[in-house]
Design a protein around this ligand. Sequence first.
Ligand code: TNX
Length: 515
Amino acid sequence: AVGMVAGSALAVEQPAAAAALESPQDIVPAPVSVEPADGVVHDLTADTTIYTEGGSAEARAVGEQLAGLLRGSTGYPFPVTDAQGQPTDGVSLLLSGADPQVGAEGYQLDVTGESVVLRANEAAGLFAGTQTLRQLLPAKVESATEQDGPWQLAGVSVTDYPRFHHRGAMLDIARHFHPVDTVKRYIDQLSLYKVNYLHLHLADDQGWRLVIDSWPRLATYGGSTEVGGGPGGYYTKADYSEIVDYAASKHITVIPEIDMPGHTNAALASYAELNCDGQAPPLRTDIEVGYSSLCIDKEITYEFVDDVIREVAALTPGPYIHIGGDEANATTPADYETFMDRVLPIVNKYGKKPMGWHEFVKTTTDTDAVPQFWGTTTSNQVVADAVQRGNKVLMSPANKAYLDMKYNSSTPLGLNWAGYTEVDDAYDWNPGSYLSGVPESAVRGVEAPLWTETIETPAHIDYMAFPRLPAIAELGWSPWSTHDWNAFRERLGAQAPRWEEMGLEFYRSPQVPWR
Ligand code: TNX
C-alpha cells in the first residue's frame, strides 16, 4: 500500500490513481503550513488500523468518529486501538510529540507512504486534524453509502493552528423553529471547517424555544408559533442537552442566547405580569424589531431573569451566556442601563460570563464581558471604549458576516438591510484590523450569524451558509498571510464534490470556479 509515484515506473502504470488525489493546497480553512511530499501516496486499505493515544478516552473518541466516517464510505473495518509507542503503519492520533507552538487547538499531520500520523497537544487539536484529513481524502469519503476505492491521500506535512480562538456560527431558532436534527446537521457541516462555537438564539419576539421549568408557558405558549404563523416548536431540556452534547463531541461549545430586554414579545405574551400594564400582548408572527421590552421597574422582571439564567446556566457547560441586548428601542437608555446593572451580575452569580450584542458593553466595566460587534461601519465608539478598558471583541459585521443577507438582488431568501453580500464580500475583510481602535490583540474571533426570518428548512440553511460560512471560518482560523481571494475561490470550488456527497444544497456563486 505504499507508492513513490513520480519519477518511477509506477507513475507510468498508475496515472489515473495519481490524478485522482486531492490537492493538499485545497484545504479550507488554509493551514499555517502545507509541505507536499511530491510523489508520495498513502493508501487506506481493509487492513488499516486507527491507533489512538494510549489511555486517552478523548483521543479514542476522536478516533472512533474518524473510523465511523471512513467505515461508512469505504466499507473497511478500521479497528480503533490504543497506540503502543510510535506505530509504524496505519493512522495514529497521538497526544504526544506535537510542537508546543500549535497550542491547544492545533495539530501536525504527516502523511507518508507507510503511515498517517496526527499529533496534537489536546484532543481539540486531534479533532481539527481529522477534519484536514477528511479533506485530503477523495470527496466520496463523505458518502453515506459504500463506494469503490482506491482511498489514497497525497503525501504531505501540515502544521496548523488557529489565528483566533473563537470561530463561531449562530443559528436563530426563534424566528423559525429548527428541530434538533437540523441543528445536528448544521453542527456536522460546521465541524468540517473547524468552527468551535455554536451560538443559539433561543428567544425572540416571535418565539421562545427552550423549556424553563419555573415559567412553563414560555415554551408551551411562547413557543407555539413563528414568523409567518407556522406551528413553531421548542426544545425540552433533554432535546437541548442532546444538542449541547452532540456539539461537544465535535469540540464545539454551545453559547445560549436569551435576548433581553428587547426582542421579548414571546415572553411578554406568555406572562401578563411581566408587562408594565399587566396586559399580555398577542403573539407576533411578523418581522418587526424594536417594539418590545421587559418592564424595567417591576421586581418580577428580575425574578424572571434570575430563574431563566439559572436554568439555562445549569444546561450550559461552556463559560458564556449571551444576553442579547440589541435593538432595545422600546427601552429608554436609562432603563437599559438599570436593566443591565441588575442582569449582568445574575449571569456571574450562576458562574457564567456575559456575551451580548455590542451595545450592552457600554453598561459594564467587566472586562470579561464580550461585545459582539454587529454594525455596518468600521468605527464604533462603544466597542473602542470597551477595548480601551481591556475587553475582547467578537467580530460579526453585518455587511460581511451575516449569512442571512442576500447574495444579490435575485437571491430568493434572506434580507438586505446590511446590503448584498457575495462570497468575495464575506471573505475580503480582516477581522484583526477592521474596526478602528480594535487591534488584532483585542479580537477574540469571528462569528457568522444566520437569522431565520426567511429561513425555514435545512436546504435554506445550506443555501445561505454555503459557501459564505467557510469564508468566515477561514477568516477565523487561517493566518492573514494566506489571505488571497483568487486562491480561496479555487479552494472553495474544490469543496463542491464534497458538498454534493453530503447532500448540501449550496449556492453556486458565479464568483467561484466550481468543480
Ligand atoms: C438585526 S443583528 C437583528 C436581528 C435580526 C437581524 C436580521 C441584531 C443584533 N439584531 O433581530 O434578525 O438584524 O438580519
